[in-house]
Design a protein around this ligand. Sequence first.
Ligand SMILES: Nc1ncnc2c1ncn2[C@@H]1O[C@H](COP(=O)(O)OP(=O)(O)OP(=O)(O)O)[C@@H](O)[C@H]1O
Ligand SMILES: [Mg+2]
Length: 305
Amino acid sequence: MTLHRFTPSDIQLFIVLDIMTALNTDSQRTPQTLAQDAKIKTGAPFLTIEDVSKVYQTPRGPYTVLDGVNLTVQEGEFVCLIGHSGCGKSTLLNMVAGFSQPTHGEVCLKNKRIAEPGPDRMMVFQNYALLPWLSAYENVYLGVDSVYPNRPHGEKKAIVRHHLEMVGLTEAADKRPSQLSGGMKQRVAIARALAIRPEILILDEPFGALDAITKEELQEELLKIWREHKVTVLMITHDIDEALFLADRVVMMTNGPAAHIGEVMEIPFKRPRNRARIMEDPTYYELRNYALDFLFRRYAHDDAA
Ligand SMILES: Nc1ncnc2c1ncn2[C@@H]1O[C@H](COP(=O)(O)OP(=O)(O)OP(=O)(O)O)[C@@H](O)[C@H]1O
Ligand SMILES: [Mg+2]
């Protein structure tokens, strides 16, 4: 018998699924909460990060990772986050996902403080976080079933099939993660996140481990999905070209400790975007150089701490 060793990403997945089961959206959404949701929707800001600081307790004493982070994200926006390794990008998006809480300040979705994970915010990780003994289909089904346990089986099957088709994986539905390429695994992870119909899709360096061609293909697919699902996307990347191609705004973080948002660049290229065409635009190089200057001169990594 083969024993599975659980990796940190498996454990991350268990936590997410466990919390979703506890939330069980179908059973908890009373008419009263639905009315509250509707009330919250009207005219309220979408996602707000207000004066957020995060202090970790370490054996060497308190460590302030983030200090005074402020950001408002509009519904349907595509925001990319860049900054040097260790500055606190994942820490910030984990607070949006609800995996951890700010030490000071608050993160709110439609005026409601985010206090825990929920199916309205789904996260996709660089290392996929798929269960290795389940097929692509079963991995997506598990997510859908955890959030919508009371829906008819046929309906859940249809949701899974639809989302696998959307990411071009119909043929590979029965394969396990070990039989899938990195790009295919990331497609499963994206399908699993979207099948739950989140309002916010949080991507933590989702394409970091992929080759250049697969990465470009997935970027195009992600833009198509974003357009069709009208989901709000927050995505961490180390790739400035990726951020310029995808984002409405690029949020640039200063170095830690006590990192904050240094600058926010508006990306003006018309949509739908054509990679070749935007790369011919002189503005592309102005923005690219501006971001490079921010990261490698003004906030060069050696200046950290
Ligand atoms: N649970 C924790 N306890 C203590 N320190 C932590 C914890 N989680 C993260 N850190 C520290 O906080 C800082 C920010 O970590 P974080 O993972 O948010 O960075 P990041 O910007 O996402 O980096 P990368 O680009 O390498 O993924 C790092 O110095 C990290 O060591
Ligand atoms: Mg990170």
